[in-house]
Design a protein around this ligand. Structure first.
Ligand code: SF4
Length: 258
């Protein structure tokens, strides 16, 4: 089977802020502790303690391998807290989306590390309903295979992969339904496609499940005829998920109805 390479993740913005702020604060406190300016009146011990606390705060971002895996849920919650706290600031300077996407890239990098040696065995693909062309009448919400593969939206490109590779997939029109179904399925990995805001909410709501996220493209507007990179999803599944033995036969194509 041909392996499609996963694109590089670019978490530079998130990691610069997430590590840069506490490290700068720790350095400033240490400098103050060494200088101990008389005017400040802060005991040196407290300054050193503050610097140590800053270093302790940033330390989880350097964890890898099993150490990271054991503490992953708590780390994910804490990192998401940073995103949430600084979101208004980045919105104000017009970089909200870049900030969240950078966190998503950091999350993806960590998820890739988790499944580098042992691939996921029970993965779930979550797709938003808005990838279906708005005027299409195929009831893909109830049954994905009711798509006619007319080629007018990404559902038709995704369906043969879903069928051939026996991926467990949910397509959903409500975030809370997607979370509920994901919890019920108990996956060891989620590969989710959604808009930036929903991806962030998903990472916050389900911190206990590693989730590789792929952002939607919005060529028209929010929630209407959206699209995404099917090759990116395929690469994620090939890289992170153990392939299944059985491959189902792809059904015959029907004539397009969209
Ligand atoms: S029938 Fe065409 S428009 Fe409708 S979901 Fe399938 S590919 Fe998309």
């Amino acid at each position: 089977m041909t392996q499609h390479p996963l694109p590089l993740e670019r978490p530079r913005l998130f990691i610069a802020v997430r590590r840069g702020v506490p490290l700068t604060l720790a350095a400033a406190l240490m400098v103050l502790a060494v200088m101990e300016p008389a005017g400040l009146g802060w005991p040196r011990g407290w300054l050193v303690l503050g610097a140590m606390a800053c270093l302790g705060e940033v330390w989880p971002t350097f964890k890898t391998g099993r150490t990271y895996a054991r503490a992953r849920t708590a780390i994910q919650r804490w990192d998401a807290g940073w995103v949430w706290a600084l979101r208004p600031l980045f919105r104000r300077i017009g970089m909200e989306e870049a900030w969240i996407l950078s966190f998503c890239a950091w999350n993806n990098q960590k998820v890739r590390g988790l499944f580098r040696d042992a691939k996921a065995r029970r993965a779930l693909v979550l797709l938003p309903h808005c990838i279906q062309m708005a005027r299409c009448k195929a009831d893909v919400l109830t049954d994905l295979s009711s798509c006619y593969e007319c080629g007018l939206c990404p559902v038709g490109d995704f369906l043969p992969l879903h069928l051939n590779r026996t991926w467990d997939t949910r397509i959903s029109n409500r975030s809370h339904k997607a979370y509920r179904e994901a919890r019920a399925f108990r996956p060891d990995l989620i590969v989710a496609v959604s808009c930036t805001d929903r991806l962030f909410k998903g990472l916050v709501k389900l911190p206990e499940v590693p989730c590789y996220v792929i952002p939607l493209q919005l060529p028209h507007r929010m929630c209407v005829d959206t699209t995404f990179s099917v090759p990116h999803l395929l690469a994620a599944m090939e890289t992170l998920v153990e392939p299944r033995e059985a491959e189902r036969v792809v059904p015959l194509r029907r004539e397009g109805i969209a």
